[in-house]
Design a protein around this ligand. Structure first.
Ligand SMILES: Nc1nc2c(c(=O)[nH]1)N[C@H]1C(S)=C(S)[C@@H](COP(=O)(O)OP(=O)(O)OC[C@H]3O[C@@H](n4cnc5c(N)ncnc54)[C@H](O)[C@@H]3O)O[C@H]1N2
Ligand code: MOO
Length: 393
């Protein structure tokens, strides 16, 4: 089987998936999810021409006065009475301008004696310190587009537009299965020949930043019957993720167990390093991702496939990791026949790749804050050359 390019594998994975059902949730709970539909403004913002400052609403053409102060306008009140030539209204930030007024003279630039007001500063252009009605957004306008990630700024806009709830896709359930006879649970005593199972806690930590429910189904031994049963009970989830047993050894049983449980494999083996043995398919309605067991390989494949898949079924318009480019701090060798995803960190002098690029080197991985993407067949790179990076934060 030839190795599948990463972008092709991502596209095939997305094609296997159906978007999750839409639900309306209170705006604050929608933060961190993606909008399922376009959101329209339900009101004008501002609702009228409002003052942006504390001062006096006047007709700019009357500058520099004098004006006669005939009333007051404060935020929360309805529109004040109209003013005529030579008249002014005391006004506060956020309050509606009286009809006839077209500018606000800030109080620092005004001299007032009883009802008598004059300007003591620069000329006053029409529209000065006025926020026109609907200048932020107008009733019926598309305010936020489907697929947009909802962060604090989008929450503010949605609330101001009159929304108390927003349409988002329901949180998917992600089942994690750690396969391997050599694994013991995190924190348990580790007899010789065993090692703590770190992949599920690592994946749960990666998923913690996303809107989903993680179900850790524990450690499954390298036994076809037990692994097949584990797949059957995980099939209720939206995404089943296994780690380990993805390669070609005699104890690598994930693929046969998945198929014995009724799963249909879509692809296996990707043109990437680390992460070559990644596989994906469907078991009933559940999507399946079989990640390699090596912790670094599991981390990189989760970054490039699991998190994007979750964003995709959750309605994200841009589910793939963001990339940028940055200069290298030191040279890199040519790449081989697979795309390299090197663990690296951002330093003053440029991007530094961590000392060990072994797919089992977790201490080195723990120093990384980005991946360097070096496409297959890249020539050696020198210090200062710009490379593609995928930030991990
Ligand atoms: N003859 C070949 N051998 C291997 C190939 C190949 O193409 N031909 N591919 C290699 C590559 S690339 C990778 S990556 C690994 C992946 O193998 P598996 O997915 O089958 O993983 P395991 O063999 O089960 O485990 C690998 C390694 O990771 C440790 N591990 C497993 N699970 C966990 C866990 N939950 N927490 C921490 N560590 C875990 C396991 O003990 C092994 O040391 O295959 C190569 N071999
Ligand atoms: O591709 Mo494996 O993931 O090199 O270590």
């Amino acid at each position: 089987m030839s190795l599948l390019p990463v972008a092709e594998a991502q596209a095939r994975l997305f094609a296997l998936a159906s978007p999750l059902a839409v639900e309306q949730v209170p705006v604050v709970q929608a933060a961190g999810r993606w909008l399922a539909h376009d959101v329209l403004a339900l009101r004008d913002q501002p609702w009228a021409d409002l003052s942006a400052m504390d001062g006096y609403a006047v007709r700019a053409a009357d500058w520099p006065g004098p004006w006669r102060v005939v009333g007051e306008s404060a935020a929360g009140a309805t529109q004040p009475q109209a003013i005529g030539a030579g008249e002014a209204v005391r006004i506060f930030t956020g309050a509606p301008l009286p009809p006839g007024a077209d500018a606000v003279l800030i109080q620092e630039n005004a001299t007032r004696d009883g009802d008598h007001l004059t300007a003591s500063h620069d000329p006053l252009p029409s529209g000065h310190h006025v926020r026109p009605a609907a200048s932020d957004f107008a009733d019926g306008a598309i305010l936020l587009e489907a697929g947009l990630h909802l962060g604090p700024a989008q929450v503010a806009a949605a609330v101001l537009a009159g929304h108390g709830a927003l349409p988002v896709r329901r949180r998917p359930r992600v089942a994690l299965l750690s396969t391997g006879n050599e694994l013991v649970p995190p924190g348990a005593p580790v007899p010789p020949g065993f090692l703590p199972s770190s992949n599920a806690p690592m994946l749960a930590a990666m998923l913690a930043a996303l809107p989903c429910e993680v179900i850790d189904m524990g450690i499954v031994p390298d036994d076809l019957t037990q692994m097949t049963a584990a797949f059957a009970s995980a099939a209720q989830a939206d995404i089943i993720v296994t780690t380990g047993g993805a390669s070609v050894g005699d104890h690598d049983l994930v693929r046969p167990a998945f198929e014995q449980a009724g799963g249909a494999l879509d692809f296996w083996k990707i043109r990437m390093r680390p992460g070559k043995p990644l596989m994906a398919g469907k078991l009933g309605d559940a999507l399946f991702l079989g990640l390699p067991g090596n912790p670094v390989s599991a981390f990189v494949t989760a970054t490039l496939f699991l998190l994007p898949l979750l964003r995709h079924i959750s309605g994200a318009a841009r589910p793939l990791p963001r990339s940028s480019d940055a200069p290298l701090a030191s040279p890199l060798p040519a790449t081989g026949e697979r795309d390299d995803y090197l663990r690296a960190f951002r330093a003053e002098g440029g991007i530094v790749s961590v000392t060990s690029q072994d797919s089992a080197a977790t201490a080195a991985m723990a120093r990384a804050d980005c991946l360097i993407l070096r496409p297959a067949g890249s020539p050696p790179a020198s210090a200062g050359d710009r490379v593609t990076i995928l930030p991990l934060d």
